[in-house]
Design a protein around this ligand. Sequence first.
Ligand code: PLP
Length: 415
Amino acid sequence: MFETQMSDAHSRQKHDDEVLQWVQKQKNDLPTPLYLYSETVLNEAVATYRAFFPKNARGFYALKANPQPALVNHFASLGIGGEITGQAEWEFCLSAGLRPANILAGGVVKSLPFLEMLCQAGPAAIVIESEAEWARLKQAAHHAAQVRILLRINPGVSFGGLNMAGGSQFGLSNEQALAIAQECKAIPQIELLGLHFYFGSQRLEVAPIVQAVEVVEETIRTFRAAGVTIHVVDLGLGCGVPYLARDKALDEAALREQLQTHWQDPVWADIDIWFEAGRALVARSGYYIARVVDRKELHGETFVFLDGGLNVHNPGVGLGGFLRRNPQFRFITEHFVEREETINLVGNLCTTADTVGTNVAAPFLDEGDFVAIPNAGAYCQTTAMWGFNSQPLFYEGLLTCDGFFKSYLPQHELT
Ligand SMILES: Cc1ncc(COP(=O)(O)O)c(C=O)c1O
C-alpha cells in the first residue's frame, strides 16, 4: 500500500502525504497525542544507512534516540543490534528479544555493579569512557570468562553540528587510550577489540562527517604505530535530520560516495567496521500528531491549543534551540475556509515556553482538527518535559507497510 522506495525528497513528501491521508481517515479512532511510526520509512532508513558502509559492516541502533522496544525489535528483524547507555536500555533490548552478544554497551559513566552484570552477560563489547571506568572494569572482569572492550577516543578537536568531541567530557585522549591498550595486553580475560568514535550529532553537512572519518584514520595509524592491533572500529556518524522548516536535508548520496571512497584506503584493511546510529534510523519514521483542543483570539493574536506540547514533544535539537523555532507542520482539518491565518500553536502547560509554533501560516483550525509534525521519531519523546503539570502523556504505534495500525505500549509506561 505504501511506497517502499523513497529515493528523494519528492517521494518522501509523497509518503508523508499518504501517511497523513491515512491519519485523516482514522481520525476518530486515533488516540492523541500520538507518535506514529511508519514501517516503510524505518526500513528505508536502515537501507540508506547501511549503504554508507561496506557490505559486511555491523550496525547498532542507539536506543537513546527512542527506546521503544517495538522499534528495537523491528531493527533487530533487519539485523541491527542495540547500543545502550545503562541498565534500563539494556533491559529494553532484552525485552525486545536481543541477545547480549548483539548489544553494544556504551554510556557516559558505568558503575561497578553495572559493569559486573555486563561482564557476566557478554555484550558485543563494553565501551570504555575514562581511566576510572577502566579501573572499575578490571575489578568487574575478575571472575568473567572473556570481556571484549572498545576504547572511546576523544580527539580533542570539534566538527560542527551538536559537538561531542573536542571540549566535551566524553571519551579518552589518545595517550590515555594507548596506555590502557598496552596494559590490556597483560590481562588475559579482557580483549581489546578496537576503538570507538562518536564526535557529535545532528550534522546536516557532509564535510564535517568526512573530516571526522579522516581523524579516525589518523588515530588508527597512531595506534598501529604504537604496536596496538585494531580489529574493530565503531563509528557514529551523527547524521542529522531536517527538523526545522528552514533545515536542509543532509546530501545522503554525496556522503555515501565519499565514505565508500574512504573505505578503499588500506588503513581499513583487516578492520571490521561497526556503526551506531540513532536519529538517522528512527527520526524520519515518526510523525507527532496532536489534536486541537481549543482556540482563542487575544490582543490581536490567535492561539490554537493542542492536547500535547512541550511536555510530550521536543524536536530534539536541544531545548535552547527548540524554543520559538518552528518545525515543519502539516494540518488535517475538516473546516474549509479558503484564507490562511497566522497562528501560534501552543500546548497545555502553564508556561509561555510551551509554544510549539510561532506565527505559523495555517488553514483555519478548530477543536478536533489535527496538527502533525514529521521527522519526530528521535529524541522528541525522551527529551520532552514529561513531569510538568502532570498532563496526560502520549500514545505510540506503528503504521505497517500494508496500512495497519499496531498500538505500542507508551515509553513512559515501560519501566
Ligand atoms: C555515543 C553515542 N552514540 C550514538 C549516539 C546516537 O547519535 P545519533 O542519534 O546522532 O545517531 C549518541 C548520541 O548522543 C552518542 O552519544
